[in-house]
Write a protein that binds this ligand. Structure first.
Ligand SMILES: [Zn+2]
Length: 420
């Protein structure tokens, strides 16, 4: 499986809510190249974000292509139709060459009993004592355990197969990178579940190059990881072992790698990710999105004057509409309302006070993760401002770009891909 377009080993998913930062984002990959590592940019924007902003995937393509040209980038780059399904895929077909098939909603919906028993019968290698190289304890499985997992995930994987086949019909096999995402659900998938899911994916003949499981712990938007680091490390290593095994056993593409969703700002697990990826000689895709939008706000606030006023206005509106803004992101944010300053307080802030509260610098006592998460989901407010917001971005382009590039390179690419 897996002829055609191939995603290189290391890649970073970057979100560009307002299609103004593609150059600044690409500049971080240029810095990575200068530091000796190839990190391929993938511009991702989900249907949810396009809908909230009122933008079209074709605009993301235009912005990415322009950045590639402006910076003379000669390596690959991709456009990710992030979290799409059969209902939402249409407008992504032409501009995108990377598709994240989101089947999280179907997890738990039982598959046809005959499909479940056929799956179990087809996979004797998953039954009994299953020894996976580099997983210390073999998995002990029974028929009812495997059919239980098939009942939980098979319908979802079959649905991914349907989306994949539609993409092949519309675009042609090998002309796009398929990813399957299962991260936006309630409970994490264990490594043995991942292995069994990969067997299902191979059965559906989906040549996925990335898979996004839900990992243990909280992956909240724009803030650090919350959870058990030792448990995460063990699980991440075992996931890599399960993937390596599935490539050999099921013939999945040999560049298949983990995709870490809501991967921005998870500073406390980056070393574990770097070490594991290195020890397995594996690849990794780090998907970040809203972190760039927050850097836009930081750049505006830093520039003072109108820029700072707009950043404050975004906060005041986000504060007033927090319930509505948070609803679509309920599973991926944890805001403590008691920690949110009132707009009156924020309106009295200097540039430095605003950026100190917002910038993800845990050593700064003024850093406020609740404020940061609220603003993370608050891009709708800026979208509503329309040209006023975009003009402010353009007027302060260099200060915004500096924040966007520095954030991606220093805080993300360096620790995840360079181990620094
Ligand atoms: Zn995701």
């Amino acid at each position: 499986m897996g002829e055609g377009l191939k995603l290189p080993k290391f890649s970073i998913g970057v979100g560009d809510r307002f299609a103004h930062q593609a150059k600044a984002q690409l500049a971080a990959c240029v810095l990575a190249a200068k530091a000796g590592i190839e990190v391929i940019p993938v511009w991702n924007k989900s249907n949810r974000e396009h809908t909230i902003i009122g933008s079209e995937p074709s605009a993301t393509r235009t912005a990415a292509d322009a950045a590639i040209k402006a910076l003379g980038w000669t390596k690959p780059y991709f456009l990710d139709a992030d979290h799409i399904n059969l209902k939402t895929v249409d407008r992504f077909l032409a501009p995108c060459d990377f598709f994240t098939l989101d089947v999280a909603d179907l997890i738990g919906q039982p598959a046809r009993p005959e499909d479940v028993s056929a799956f179990v019968a087809r996979h004797p290698e998953l039954l009994g004592i299953v020894t996976i190289p580099r997983i210390a304890e073999p998995f002990h499985t029974t028929e009812s355990f495997i059919s239980g997992i098939a009942n939980k995930f098979l319908a979802a994987v079959q649905h991914a197969g349907e989306i994949y086949r539609l993409l092949v019909e519309k675009k042609g096999a090998g002309t796009f990178i398929p990813e399957i995402s299962m991260d936006e659900t309630d409970s994490p998938q264990t490594p043995v579940e991942l292995l069994i899911i990969l067997a299902m994916i191979a059965d559906e003949k989906i040549p996925i190059q990335t898979i996004a499981p839900k990992f243990t712990g909280r992956f909240n938007k724009g803030v650090d990881y919350v959870g058990d680091l030792a448990q995460f490390t063990k699980e991440f290593n075992e996931d890599l072992a399960a993937i390596a095994f599935s490539i050999k056993t099921y013939g999945l593409p040999d560049n298949l790698k983990l995709s870490v969703h809501s991967g921005s700002d998870k500073f406390s697990i980056y070393k574990a990710i770097y070490d594991a990826v290195k020890s397995f000689d594996a690849g990794v895709h780090l998907k970040t999105a809203g972190t760039t939008w927050l850097e836009e706000l930081i750049g505006l606030a830093e520039s003072g004057g109108t820029g700072l006023a707009i950043a404050k206005e975004v906060y005041a509106e986000a504060y007033a509409h927090s319930e509505e803004l948070c609803a679509p992101y309920a599973t991926v944010i944890d805001i403590d309302p008691a920690q949110l300053p009132t707009p009156a307080v924020v309106n009295s802030w200097s540039s430095d006070q605003f950026t100190s509260a917002l910038r993800h610098d845990q050593s700064n006592p003024a850093y406020n993760p609740s404020l940061r998460q609220l603003l993370h989901v608050g891009f709708k407010v800026a979208a509503k401002m329309g040209p006023r917001y975009l003009e402010a971005l353009e007027a302060n382009e260099s200060i915004v770009a500096k924040n966007v590039t520095t954030n991606l390179f220093e805080r993300h690419i360096k620790p995840v891909f360079l181990g620094l």
